[in-house]
Design a protein around this ligand. Structure first.
Ligand code: 3PG
Length: 234
């Protein structure tokens, strides 16, 4: 259980799975327990997927969100799922039910969407994927929560209100946890992780495009080590 959590306070994964859903391939608590930062990965060359994932895992970062923004996204998820069993690989930029199904078929264990559509929630339930639906307003939090989602991606976190917004949501949405992404940096991430309703955050800073292009896996491992050293204050 993450620091600052009271037992039973947060919504649980059973709510997302629901009576008709498949067993989740990864629960919110498993994802949170694996570390405080989820890299948001844009991959151009599928050959980079496995060495990149190994470097991140070596640096202590096991949860990997591979976005579907490039044609290499799905094959990269499949390669990581097959060859890097220590990683918990999921799909980001899931924008439709078909994306969710394709991610599940590739071997993803969770999905992240920039916004929320009930059809994506249903597709993830059917496929056994934990979904972190994107929200940026109170109404969106309410819609996602009503469908059983209790770990939400706050996106784009900094432009949409940052730490102040998360503090404001802690009152009415005391049972919801947030993964802020969008505009965070290694310097500002600790301010987000200090909040009781933020067990984990995300960002693209762990996999910079130039480092990926250069295949500088030692540099990626160093960035991962620094990110995994970020901790919620006790
Ligand atoms: C995203 O989904 O694009 C993430 O929020 C990444 O945002 P960042 O590049 O600002 O870290």
């Amino acid at each position: 259980m993450a620091v600052n959590e009271a037992p039973g306070r947060w919504g649980d994964d059973a709510a997302q799975a629901g009576a008709a859903g498949a067993a989740l391939r990864c629960t919110a608590d498993e994802l949170i327990a694996a570390g405080p930062v989820i890299p948001v990965i844009v991959i151009d060359d599928v050959a980079h997927a496995v060495p990149m994932a190994r470097a991140l895992v070596d640096g202590g970062v096991r949860v990997l969100e591979v976005t579907l923004r490039t044609p290499a996204g799905l094959p990269a998820i499949a390669a990581i799922a097959r060859e890097v069993p220590q990683a918990i690989v999921g799909a980001g930029t899931v924008c439709s039910a078909a994306d969710a199904q394709a991610a599940a078929d590739a071997g993803a264990r969770f999905a992240v969407s920039p916004g929320y559509l009930p059809a994506i929630g249903q597709a993830c339930r059917d496929a056994g994927l934990l979904l972190l639906p994107g929200v940026a307003t109170a109404s969106e939090v309410m819609a996602a929560r009503a469908d059983g989602h209790a770990l939400l991606k706050f996106f784009p976190a900094v432009p949409a209100g940052g730490v102040a917004m998360l503090k404001a949501w802690a009152g009415p949405f005391a049972d919801v946890r947030f993964c802020p992404t969008g505009g965070l940096t290694p310097e500002t991430a600790p301010q987000f992780l200090a909040l009781a309703n933020v067990p984990v955050c995300g960002g693209s800073w762990l996999t910079p495009a130039d480092v990926m292009r250069a295949g500088d896996w030692a540099r990626l491992a160093a960035l991962a080590r620094a990110a995994s050293a970020l901790r919620k204050p006790v």
